[in-house]
Design a protein around this ligand. Structure first.
Ligand SMILES: [Zn+2]
Length: 243
């Protein structure tokens, strides 16, 4: 996707740098993923034609309260990006080197058996170091961290293997999210929002309790703000591959 560039047309020296218009973009990311991502968040996004990136731990797929392979197929058919989050949701930094490689290989193998080849990764618990990054760079084109800089990345000069994100938990207020959306609209930036379980008041099997820190109740309101502010929404892969 192209963005508009402006050049100062008056008395510009030959060496004048191209001044890029502040570009604001949001990515919705969902980790793990509880089935409510499919039953609650997906219909709202689908209704307005917006995609998201979902980071799946393959060992959780089909587990009670979690997403199913048939759901994943539908998400992908509707523009969602299927990303990876290890096989057992292990803290990679605590594993022996061979086990760390196996976590990633097993995940890729299961995805491959279902017809997927994820290129985007998020490290469970946000835990990774140089050893993990060396391996991740062999397999994926990006790695999303679990925190950092209020979730705002430099769009034009992003660090693909340390993408920061804003975790939206039970304790996150709408004001906190709105503030970040206003900030990127003003100065430009790539805001990555990170969700786990979505609770829109429906009674359904849940991976976490409704009062878990990993439960978000303000997803519909966040979506409304983004639509009102007219900030584009894209997947991680789209932004990495089409800057
Ligand atoms: Zn996770």
């Amino acid at each position: 996707m192209a963005f508009v560039t402006f050049v100062f047309g008056f008395a510009a020296p030959a060496s004048a740098e191209v001044v890029k218009k502040p570009y604001a973009v949001v990515t919705f990311t969902f980790d793990d993923a509880p089935r409510s991502v499919y039953t609650q968040a997906y219909p709202l996004l689908k209704a307005v034609g917006l995609p998201a990136t979902i980071y799946l731990s393959t060992g959780f797929v089909e587990v009670y309260g979690y997403i199913k392979w048939t759901d994943i197929k539908e998400l992908e058919a509707n523009g969602w990006e299927i990303g990876a989050h290890t096989h057992t949701h292990a803290d990679l930094t605590k594993l022996a080197p061979g086990d760390m490689v196996t976590e990633i290989a097993k995940s890729q193998q299961l995805f491959s058996e279902h017809g997927y080849r994820p290129v985007s990764f998020s490290a469970p618990y946000g835990e990774y170091g140089e050893r993990e990054l060396t391996e991740l760079k062999r397999v994926y084109s990006s790695n999303r961290a679990a925190w950092g800089n209020g979730g705002i990345n430099n769009y034009h000069n992003r660090d693909a293997y340390n993408l920061v994100s804003l975790g939206v938990t039970l304790e996150t207020t709408l004001d906190e999210v709105q503030k970040q959306i206003k900030a990127i609209k003003k100065d430009g930036g790539w805001l990555i929002l990170q969700f786990h379980q979505i609770d829109n008041g429906q009674n359904e099997p849940m991976a976490f309790s409704k009062e878990s820190i990993f439960t978000t109740k303000i997803f519909p309101e966040i979506l409304k703000i983004i639509l009102k502010e007219e900030v584009p929404v894209r997947t991680v892969r789209d932004i990495i591959e089409n800057p």
